[in-house]
Design a protein around this ligand. Structure first.
Ligand SMILES: [Zn+2]
Length: 488
Protein backbone atom coordinates (compact mmCIF):
# COMPACT_ATOMS: atom_id res chain seq x y z
CA UNK A 1 0.00 0.00 0.00
CA UNK A 2 1.02 3.56 -0.40
CA UNK A 3 3.39 4.73 2.24
CA UNK A 4 4.10 8.10 0.78
CA UNK A 5 1.50 9.65 2.95
CA UNK A 6 2.15 12.93 4.58
CA UNK A 7 0.19 13.36 7.70
CA UNK A 8 -0.17 16.25 9.98
CA UNK A 9 -2.12 17.24 12.97
CA UNK A 10 -5.00 19.23 11.75
CA UNK A 11 -7.24 21.04 14.07
CA UNK A 12 -7.27 21.72 17.69
CA UNK A 13 -10.56 20.58 18.95
CA UNK A 14 -11.04 22.24 22.25
CA UNK A 15 -13.35 20.33 24.43
CA UNK A 16 -13.27 21.92 27.74
CA UNK A 17 -15.63 19.63 29.51
CA UNK A 18 -15.42 19.25 33.19
CA UNK A 19 -17.62 16.88 35.03
CA UNK A 20 -18.39 16.87 38.66
CA UNK A 21 -20.12 14.04 40.33
CA UNK A 22 -22.04 14.60 43.46
CA UNK A 23 -24.19 12.23 45.37
CA UNK A 24 -26.74 13.53 47.72
CA UNK A 25 -29.70 11.93 49.35
CA UNK A 26 -32.73 13.67 50.71
CA UNK A 27 -32.16 12.64 54.27
CA UNK A 28 -30.63 14.66 57.01
CA UNK A 29 -28.12 11.97 57.89
CA UNK A 30 -26.62 11.98 54.45
CA UNK A 31 -26.68 15.58 53.51
CA UNK A 32 -22.96 16.01 53.94
CA UNK A 33 -22.07 13.21 51.67
CA UNK A 34 -20.00 14.52 48.86
CA UNK A 35 -20.86 18.13 49.40
CA UNK A 36 -19.89 20.91 51.68
CA UNK A 37 -16.85 22.22 49.90
CA UNK A 38 -16.24 25.29 51.97
CA UNK A 39 -13.95 27.35 49.83
CA UNK A 40 -13.31 27.99 46.20
CA UNK A 41 -11.14 25.37 44.70
CA UNK A 42 -9.73 24.42 41.41
CA UNK A 43 -12.10 23.33 38.79
CA UNK A 44 -11.76 19.70 38.06
CA UNK A 45 -11.89 17.54 35.05
CA UNK A 46 -13.91 14.51 35.63
CA UNK A 47 -13.66 10.89 35.20
CA UNK A 48 -16.98 10.80 36.85
CA UNK A 49 -18.96 7.78 37.86
CA UNK A 50 -22.51 8.03 38.89
CA UNK A 51 -21.63 6.71 42.30
CA UNK A 52 -18.43 8.59 42.89
CA UNK A 53 -18.46 11.28 45.48
CA UNK A 54 -15.10 12.93 45.17
CA UNK A 55 -13.86 12.17 41.69
CA UNK A 56 -10.14 12.00 41.20
CA UNK A 57 -9.37 14.51 38.59
CA UNK A 58 -6.58 16.27 36.79
CA UNK A 59 -6.38 19.96 37.45
CA UNK A 60 -6.95 21.42 34.06
CA UNK A 61 -9.50 21.16 31.34
CA UNK A 62 -9.12 18.61 28.61
CA UNK A 63 -7.66 19.98 25.44
CA UNK A 64 -8.07 17.54 22.70
CA UNK A 65 -5.50 17.91 20.03
CA UNK A 66 -5.95 16.58 16.65
CA UNK A 67 -7.60 15.36 14.89
CA UNK A 68 -7.32 14.47 11.23
CA UNK A 69 -4.53 13.06 9.19
CA UNK A 70 -5.10 14.10 5.65
CA UNK A 71 -3.46 12.13 2.87
CA UNK A 72 -2.15 14.52 0.28
CA UNK A 73 -2.71 13.88 -3.39
CA UNK A 74 -5.60 11.64 -2.68
CA UNK A 75 -9.21 12.52 -2.64
CA UNK A 76 -10.78 11.01 0.39
CA UNK A 77 -14.47 11.41 0.13
CA UNK A 78 -14.61 11.30 -3.68
CA UNK A 79 -12.11 8.51 -4.04
CA UNK A 80 -13.95 5.21 -4.00
CA UNK A 81 -10.82 3.29 -3.06
CA UNK A 82 -10.93 5.14 0.22
CA UNK A 83 -14.38 3.94 1.15
CA UNK A 84 -14.86 0.81 3.21
CA UNK A 85 -15.98 -1.95 0.89
CA UNK A 86 -19.69 -2.63 1.22
CA UNK A 87 -19.71 -0.48 4.35
CA UNK A 88 -18.14 -3.29 6.36
CA UNK A 89 -15.61 -2.17 8.94
CA UNK A 90 -13.79 -4.96 10.81
CA UNK A 91 -12.41 -3.43 13.98
CA UNK A 92 -10.31 -4.05 17.06
CA UNK A 93 -10.17 -1.92 20.17
CA UNK A 94 -6.79 -2.05 21.89
CA UNK A 95 -6.65 -3.96 25.15
CA UNK A 96 -5.30 -1.16 27.26
CA UNK A 97 -8.54 0.79 27.54
CA UNK A 98 -10.36 0.79 30.87
CA UNK A 99 -13.66 -1.06 30.67
CA UNK A 100 -15.72 2.12 30.79
CA UNK A 101 -13.80 3.70 27.93
CA UNK A 102 -14.14 0.52 25.88
CA UNK A 103 -17.86 0.52 26.53
CA UNK A 104 -18.10 4.14 25.40
CA UNK A 105 -16.22 3.39 22.21
CA UNK A 106 -18.44 0.44 21.43
CA UNK A 107 -21.50 2.56 22.17
CA UNK A 108 -20.26 5.15 19.67
CA UNK A 109 -19.80 2.52 16.96
CA UNK A 110 -23.19 1.05 17.73
CA UNK A 111 -24.90 4.41 17.55
CA UNK A 112 -23.44 5.17 14.12
CA UNK A 113 -24.49 1.75 12.90
CA UNK A 114 -28.03 2.20 14.25
CA UNK A 115 -28.43 5.77 13.00
CA UNK A 116 -27.38 5.03 9.44
CA UNK A 117 -29.38 1.84 9.15
CA UNK A 118 -31.51 2.20 6.08
CA UNK A 119 -34.94 0.63 5.66
CA UNK A 120 -34.09 -2.08 8.13
CA UNK A 121 -30.78 -2.96 6.50
CA UNK A 122 -27.39 -2.09 7.87
CA UNK A 123 -25.56 0.52 5.82
CA UNK A 124 -22.37 0.48 7.87
CA UNK A 125 -21.39 -2.63 9.83
CA UNK A 126 -18.73 -2.64 12.49
CA UNK A 127 -17.71 -6.26 12.99
CA UNK A 128 -15.06 -7.57 15.37
CA UNK A 129 -12.03 -8.44 13.28
CA UNK A 130 -11.13 -12.06 12.87
CA UNK A 131 -8.82 -12.64 9.91
CA UNK A 132 -9.50 -9.63 7.74
CA UNK A 133 -6.40 -8.10 6.19
CA UNK A 134 -7.66 -4.56 6.52
CA UNK A 135 -9.38 -3.29 9.63
CA UNK A 136 -9.96 -0.34 11.88
CA UNK A 137 -7.74 -0.29 14.92
CA UNK A 138 -8.80 1.97 17.76
CA UNK A 139 -5.67 2.85 19.61
CA UNK A 140 -5.15 4.44 22.99
CA UNK A 141 -2.46 6.93 22.07
CA UNK A 142 -2.27 10.63 22.70
CA UNK A 143 -4.99 12.98 21.59
CA UNK A 144 -7.81 12.18 19.19
CA UNK A 145 -6.94 11.86 15.56
CA UNK A 146 -7.84 9.77 12.58
CA UNK A 147 -7.12 9.44 8.90
CA UNK A 148 -9.79 10.45 6.47
CA UNK A 149 -11.24 7.43 4.76
CA UNK A 150 -9.99 3.91 4.30
CA UNK A 151 -6.25 4.48 4.50
CA UNK A 152 -4.49 1.40 5.86
CA UNK A 153 -0.85 1.29 6.83
CA UNK A 154 1.53 -1.51 5.85
CA UNK A 155 0.14 -3.74 8.56
CA UNK A 156 -3.31 -3.39 7.08
CA UNK A 157 -4.69 -1.36 9.95
CA UNK A 158 -6.45 1.96 9.66
CA UNK A 159 -5.54 3.53 12.97
CA UNK A 160 -7.86 5.87 14.80
CA UNK A 161 -6.25 7.24 17.94
CA UNK A 162 -8.51 7.92 20.89
CA UNK A 163 -6.38 8.85 23.84
CA UNK A 164 -7.41 9.76 27.36
CA UNK A 165 -10.02 12.50 27.24
CA UNK A 166 -11.30 11.32 23.86
CA UNK A 167 -13.39 8.49 25.26
CA UNK A 168 -16.59 10.45 25.03
CA UNK A 169 -19.21 8.97 22.76
CA UNK A 170 -19.67 12.07 20.60
CA UNK A 171 -15.93 12.40 20.07
CA UNK A 172 -15.64 8.73 19.21
CA UNK A 173 -18.38 9.18 16.62
CA UNK A 174 -16.67 12.27 15.20
CA UNK A 175 -13.38 10.39 14.79
CA UNK A 176 -15.06 7.38 13.22
CA UNK A 177 -16.78 9.63 10.68
CA UNK A 178 -13.33 10.78 9.60
CA UNK A 179 -12.43 7.14 9.10
CA UNK A 180 -15.58 6.60 7.06
CA UNK A 181 -14.46 9.41 4.74
CA UNK A 182 -15.57 12.75 6.12
CA UNK A 183 -13.75 16.03 6.58
CA UNK A 184 -14.71 18.73 8.99
CA UNK A 185 -17.83 20.52 7.88
CA UNK A 186 -16.13 23.90 7.88
CA UNK A 187 -13.72 22.70 5.20
CA UNK A 188 -16.53 22.54 2.66
CA UNK A 189 -16.16 24.55 -0.54
CA UNK A 190 -19.20 26.70 0.28
CA UNK A 191 -18.11 27.40 3.84
CA UNK A 192 -17.63 31.15 3.45
CA UNK A 193 -21.27 31.65 2.62
CA UNK A 194 -22.26 30.43 6.07
CA UNK A 195 -19.59 31.19 8.62
CA UNK A 196 -16.89 33.75 9.30
CA UNK A 197 -13.41 32.67 10.28
CA UNK A 198 -11.41 34.95 12.56
CA UNK A 199 -8.07 34.17 10.95
CA UNK A 200 -6.05 36.24 13.40
CA UNK A 201 -7.07 33.84 16.14
CA UNK A 202 -6.59 30.60 14.23
CA UNK A 203 -3.91 28.40 15.75
CA UNK A 204 -3.19 26.43 12.57
CA UNK A 205 -4.49 28.10 9.46
CA UNK A 206 -4.54 24.97 7.32
CA UNK A 207 -7.21 23.54 9.61
CA UNK A 208 -9.48 26.07 8.00
CA UNK A 209 -8.47 25.63 4.38
CA UNK A 210 -11.40 25.19 2.14
CA UNK A 211 -11.17 21.86 0.36
CA UNK A 212 -12.39 22.20 -3.15
CA UNK A 213 -15.00 20.11 -4.84
CA UNK A 214 -12.53 17.62 -6.23
CA UNK A 215 -11.90 16.56 -2.65
CA UNK A 216 -15.09 17.20 -0.75
CA UNK A 217 -18.32 16.09 -2.25
CA UNK A 218 -21.16 17.78 -0.40
CA UNK A 219 -23.56 15.45 -2.19
CA UNK A 220 -26.04 18.25 -2.58
CA UNK A 221 -26.57 18.61 1.15
CA UNK A 222 -26.92 22.04 2.72
CA UNK A 223 -24.21 23.45 4.96
CA UNK A 224 -24.77 21.74 8.28
CA UNK A 225 -24.12 23.87 11.34
CA UNK A 226 -25.43 20.95 13.40
CA UNK A 227 -23.00 18.38 12.04
CA UNK A 228 -20.98 16.38 14.51
CA UNK A 229 -18.10 17.20 12.13
CA UNK A 230 -18.38 20.96 12.66
CA UNK A 231 -15.99 22.74 14.99
CA UNK A 232 -17.32 24.72 17.90
CA UNK A 233 -16.99 28.49 17.88
CA UNK A 234 -13.93 28.49 20.14
CA UNK A 235 -12.16 25.37 18.87
CA UNK A 236 -8.72 25.63 17.36
CA UNK A 237 -8.07 29.17 18.50
CA UNK A 238 -4.89 30.74 19.80
CA UNK A 239 -6.69 32.65 22.51
CA UNK A 240 -9.68 30.75 23.80
CA UNK A 241 -11.50 33.85 24.96
CA UNK A 242 -12.19 34.79 21.36
CA UNK A 243 -14.22 32.77 18.89
CA UNK A 244 -12.62 31.43 15.76
CA UNK A 245 -15.62 30.42 13.76
CA UNK A 246 -18.98 32.18 13.96
CA UNK A 247 -22.09 31.86 11.83
CA UNK A 248 -23.00 34.72 9.53
CA UNK A 249 -25.27 36.85 11.74
CA UNK A 250 -28.28 36.29 9.50
CA UNK A 251 -28.41 32.66 10.60
CA UNK A 252 -29.59 33.66 14.05
CA UNK A 253 -28.49 33.52 17.61
CA UNK A 254 -29.78 30.10 18.57
CA UNK A 255 -27.44 28.17 16.29
CA UNK A 256 -25.13 25.84 18.08
CA UNK A 257 -21.78 24.93 16.58
CA UNK A 258 -19.65 22.00 17.58
CA UNK A 259 -22.24 19.70 19.08
CA UNK A 260 -20.96 16.26 19.99
CA UNK A 261 -24.23 14.76 21.14
CA UNK A 262 -24.88 12.67 18.06
CA UNK A 263 -25.06 12.55 14.29
CA UNK A 264 -27.21 15.20 12.67
CA UNK A 265 -29.81 14.10 10.15
CA UNK A 266 -27.56 15.41 7.41
CA UNK A 267 -24.58 13.48 8.82
CA UNK A 268 -26.70 10.35 8.53
CA UNK A 269 -27.84 11.16 5.01
CA UNK A 270 -24.29 11.77 3.83
CA UNK A 271 -23.09 8.42 5.14
CA UNK A 272 -26.02 6.68 3.50
CA UNK A 273 -25.32 8.41 0.19
CA UNK A 274 -21.58 7.77 0.30
CA UNK A 275 -22.17 4.09 0.95
CA UNK A 276 -24.97 3.81 -1.59
CA UNK A 277 -27.77 3.10 0.84
CA UNK A 278 -31.26 4.51 0.43
CA UNK A 279 -31.69 7.65 2.49
CA UNK A 280 -33.66 6.86 5.61
CA UNK A 281 -33.63 9.04 8.69
CA UNK A 282 -37.11 8.12 9.85
CA UNK A 283 -35.95 5.94 12.73
CA UNK A 284 -33.53 8.39 14.27
CA UNK A 285 -34.46 9.76 17.64
CA UNK A 286 -33.16 13.24 18.10
CA UNK A 287 -32.72 15.47 21.06
CA UNK A 288 -33.04 14.66 24.69
CA UNK A 289 -36.73 13.87 24.42
CA UNK A 290 -38.46 13.33 27.74
CA UNK A 291 -35.13 13.34 29.54
CA UNK A 292 -35.04 17.12 29.45
CA UNK A 293 -36.07 18.69 32.75
CA UNK A 294 -35.00 22.31 32.28
CA UNK A 295 -33.12 24.28 29.66
CA UNK A 296 -31.95 27.78 28.84
CA UNK A 297 -29.48 29.12 26.31
CA UNK A 298 -30.27 32.74 27.28
CA UNK A 299 -30.86 33.62 23.63
CA UNK A 300 -34.12 35.37 24.47
CA UNK A 301 -33.92 35.99 28.19
CA UNK A 302 -33.60 34.06 31.40
CA UNK A 303 -36.17 31.34 30.68
CA UNK A 304 -37.51 29.93 33.93
CA UNK A 305 -34.83 31.38 36.18
CA UNK A 306 -35.74 33.98 38.75
CA UNK A 307 -33.38 36.58 40.17
CA UNK A 308 -32.49 36.76 43.82
CA UNK A 309 -31.48 39.95 45.53
CA UNK A 310 -27.86 41.00 45.49
CA UNK A 311 -26.31 41.33 48.91
CA UNK A 312 -26.05 45.06 48.32
CA UNK A 313 -29.75 45.39 47.63
CA UNK A 314 -30.02 47.35 44.43
CA UNK A 315 -26.48 46.51 43.30
CA UNK A 316 -25.18 44.19 40.61
CA UNK A 317 -27.25 41.38 39.30
CA UNK A 318 -27.28 38.77 36.58
CA UNK A 319 -28.11 40.22 33.17
CA UNK A 320 -28.58 38.69 29.76
CA UNK A 321 -25.68 40.10 27.81
CA UNK A 322 -25.99 40.53 24.06
CA UNK A 323 -22.58 41.93 23.33
CA UNK A 324 -18.93 41.59 24.15
CA UNK A 325 -17.90 42.41 27.72
CA UNK A 326 -14.66 44.22 28.59
CA UNK A 327 -13.16 41.39 30.60
CA UNK A 328 -15.56 38.48 30.37
CA UNK A 329 -16.88 36.65 27.34
CA UNK A 330 -16.84 38.08 23.86
CA UNK A 331 -19.87 35.98 23.00
CA UNK A 332 -21.80 32.96 24.25
CA UNK A 333 -20.57 29.41 23.94
CA UNK A 334 -23.21 28.30 21.45
CA UNK A 335 -21.79 30.10 18.46
CA UNK A 336 -19.58 32.94 19.65
CA UNK A 337 -22.19 35.60 18.87
CA UNK A 338 -25.04 34.51 21.07
CA UNK A 339 -26.26 36.06 24.31
CA UNK A 340 -25.22 34.69 27.69
CA UNK A 341 -25.91 35.41 31.33
CA UNK A 342 -23.41 37.76 32.92
CA UNK A 343 -22.67 38.93 36.45
CA UNK A 344 -20.09 41.61 37.15
CA UNK A 345 -19.57 43.97 40.01
CA UNK A 346 -17.22 46.15 38.01
CA UNK A 347 -19.55 46.25 35.08
CA UNK A 348 -22.27 47.60 37.26
CA UNK A 349 -19.97 50.05 38.99
CA UNK A 350 -18.53 51.18 35.70
CA UNK A 351 -21.91 52.11 34.41
CA UNK A 352 -22.73 54.07 37.53
CA UNK A 353 -19.43 55.87 37.90
CA UNK A 354 -19.33 59.62 37.83
CA UNK A 355 -16.27 61.74 37.20
CA UNK A 356 -15.67 62.17 40.91
CA UNK A 357 -15.43 58.44 41.32
CA UNK A 358 -12.50 58.15 39.01
CA UNK A 359 -8.92 59.04 39.71
CA UNK A 360 -6.95 60.90 37.03
CA UNK A 361 -5.34 57.79 35.63
CA UNK A 362 -8.75 56.22 35.43
CA UNK A 363 -9.77 58.40 32.50
CA UNK A 364 -13.28 57.13 32.56
CA UNK A 365 -16.12 59.47 33.24
CA UNK A 366 -19.81 59.27 32.90
CA UNK A 367 -20.02 61.22 29.67
CA UNK A 368 -17.19 59.53 27.82
CA UNK A 369 -18.15 56.94 25.29
CA UNK A 370 -14.76 56.65 23.65
CA UNK A 371 -13.81 53.00 23.54
CA UNK A 372 -10.30 53.89 24.73
CA UNK A 373 -11.74 55.21 27.93
CA UNK A 374 -12.61 51.92 29.48
CA UNK A 375 -9.89 51.79 32.09
CA UNK A 376 -10.93 52.59 35.57
CA UNK A 377 -8.72 53.04 38.54
CA UNK A 378 -8.62 50.09 40.90
CA UNK A 379 -9.42 52.50 43.69
CA UNK A 380 -12.75 53.18 42.09
CA UNK A 381 -13.89 49.63 42.76
CA UNK A 382 -15.04 48.97 46.24
CA UNK A 383 -13.54 45.99 48.01
CA UNK A 384 -16.79 44.63 49.28
CA UNK A 385 -17.69 41.28 47.76
CA UNK A 386 -21.13 40.94 46.28
CA UNK A 387 -23.15 37.81 45.70
CA UNK A 388 -25.82 37.61 43.06
CA UNK A 389 -28.17 34.66 42.74
CA UNK A 390 -30.50 33.06 40.25
CA UNK A 391 -32.95 30.28 41.10
CA UNK A 392 -34.25 27.54 38.87
CA UNK A 393 -37.89 26.56 39.23
CA UNK A 394 -38.68 23.49 41.30
CA UNK A 395 -37.55 20.56 39.15
CA UNK A 396 -38.24 16.84 39.41
CA UNK A 397 -35.63 14.15 39.01
CA UNK A 398 -36.08 10.90 37.13
CA UNK A 399 -37.81 8.02 38.89
CA UNK A 400 -34.47 6.75 40.14
CA UNK A 401 -33.63 10.09 41.77
CA UNK A 402 -30.89 10.93 39.32
CA UNK A 403 -30.39 14.05 37.28
CA UNK A 404 -27.53 15.75 35.50
CA UNK A 405 -26.97 19.49 35.46
CA UNK A 406 -24.88 20.85 32.63
CA UNK A 407 -23.82 24.41 31.96
CA UNK A 408 -20.98 26.43 30.52
CA UNK A 409 -19.09 28.80 32.77
CA UNK A 410 -16.76 31.65 31.95
CA UNK A 411 -15.00 32.85 35.06
CA UNK A 412 -12.70 35.82 34.94
CA UNK A 413 -10.58 37.59 37.50
CA UNK A 414 -8.68 36.83 40.67
CA UNK A 415 -11.61 36.75 43.05
CA UNK A 416 -14.83 35.78 41.43
CA UNK A 417 -16.40 32.36 41.52
CA UNK A 418 -19.63 30.47 41.22
CA UNK A 419 -21.36 28.29 43.78
CA UNK A 420 -24.10 25.90 42.80
CA UNK A 421 -26.53 24.88 45.53
CA UNK A 422 -29.39 22.42 45.57
CA UNK A 423 -32.35 22.35 47.91
CA UNK A 424 -35.84 20.88 47.91
CA UNK A 425 -38.88 20.03 49.96
CA UNK A 426 -37.07 16.95 51.29
CA UNK A 427 -33.55 18.11 50.66
CA UNK A 428 -31.54 20.30 52.94
CA UNK A 429 -29.89 23.16 51.10
CA UNK A 430 -26.34 22.21 50.27
CA UNK A 431 -23.53 23.35 48.09
CA UNK A 432 -22.92 21.04 45.17
CA UNK A 433 -19.75 22.63 44.02
CA UNK A 434 -17.67 25.78 43.80
CA UNK A 435 -16.29 26.70 40.42
CA UNK A 436 -13.67 29.16 39.39
CA UNK A 437 -11.50 31.61 41.29
CA UNK A 438 -8.15 29.91 41.68
CA UNK A 439 -8.13 28.43 38.23
CA UNK A 440 -9.10 31.71 36.58
CA UNK A 441 -10.59 30.07 33.55
CA UNK A 442 -10.80 32.89 31.12
CA UNK A 443 -12.67 30.91 28.54
CA UNK A 444 -15.85 28.90 28.38
CA UNK A 445 -15.80 25.57 30.17
CA UNK A 446 -18.61 23.06 30.22
CA UNK A 447 -19.40 21.36 33.47
CA UNK A 448 -21.61 18.48 34.40
CA UNK A 449 -22.87 17.83 37.90
CA UNK A 450 -24.45 14.50 38.73
CA UNK A 451 -27.20 14.43 41.25
CA UNK A 452 -28.30 11.20 42.87
CA UNK A 453 -31.03 11.62 45.42
CA UNK A 454 -31.81 7.94 45.71
CA UNK A 455 -35.47 8.29 44.87
CA UNK A 456 -37.63 10.55 42.74
CA UNK A 457 -37.50 13.98 44.32
CA UNK A 458 -38.11 17.65 43.69
CA UNK A 459 -35.19 20.03 43.79
CA UNK A 460 -34.28 23.62 43.07
CA UNK A 461 -30.92 24.89 41.87
CA UNK A 462 -29.27 28.09 42.92
CA UNK A 463 -26.41 29.67 41.00
CA UNK A 464 -24.59 32.17 43.18
CA UNK A 465 -21.87 34.37 41.71
CA UNK A 466 -19.38 35.82 44.19
CA UNK A 467 -17.91 38.99 42.83
CA UNK A 468 -15.03 40.97 44.18
CA UNK A 469 -12.76 41.47 41.23
CA UNK A 470 -13.81 39.67 38.10
CA UNK A 471 -16.92 38.36 36.47
CA UNK A 472 -18.96 35.18 36.17
CA UNK A 473 -20.94 34.19 33.08
CA UNK A 474 -23.23 31.26 32.33
CA UNK A 475 -24.55 29.81 29.10
CA UNK A 476 -26.14 26.67 27.69
CA UNK A 477 -27.73 25.38 30.87
CA UNK A 478 -29.73 22.20 30.94
CA UNK A 479 -30.86 19.57 33.36
CA UNK A 480 -31.70 16.04 32.25
CA UNK A 481 -33.00 12.95 33.97
CA UNK A 482 -30.61 10.09 34.51
CA UNK A 483 -26.97 10.04 33.54
CA UNK A 484 -24.90 12.93 32.31
CA UNK A 485 -24.54 13.23 28.58
CA UNK A 486 -20.80 13.13 28.30
CA UNK A 487 -19.85 11.14 31.32
CA UNK A 488 -22.13 8.15 30.84
ZN1 LIG B 1 -12.11 16.00 13.47
Amino acid sequence: MAVNVFTYTSGLVLLALLVVSVTCRPTLEDTHQGVGISSPEKANVAQARSDSVQPKVPDRPVFILGDVEIPLHRNAIRNKSMHWKDGIVPFVVDNDYPDTARATILAGLHEIEADVESQGTKCIQFIPRTTEQNYLRIKRGTGCHSPIGFDPGEDGAVVSTLGPGCEIKGIVMHEILHVLGFYHEQNRPDRDLYVDINETNVAVIRDFYIRNETIIDTMGTPYDFESIMHYGAYDAGKVHRYPVITPKPKYGKTLRLGQRLGLSDIDVMKIQMLYHCPIDTSHIQRGLGDRLIDYCDFAFGMCNFSLGNATTGSGPTWVVQNESTPDGPVGGISNGLDPFLFASKEWDELSSLTTEDVSPQGIRNSTTTDSAATTIAPSAISKTPVTVTIYSPLLTSGDDGRACIQFALFQYGPSSYLDVFVSGPLLQRQRLRTFGDVSRMEFWVRYEIKLDMGTKAEFQLEFVAYLLEGTVSLDDYYVVKGNCIYAD
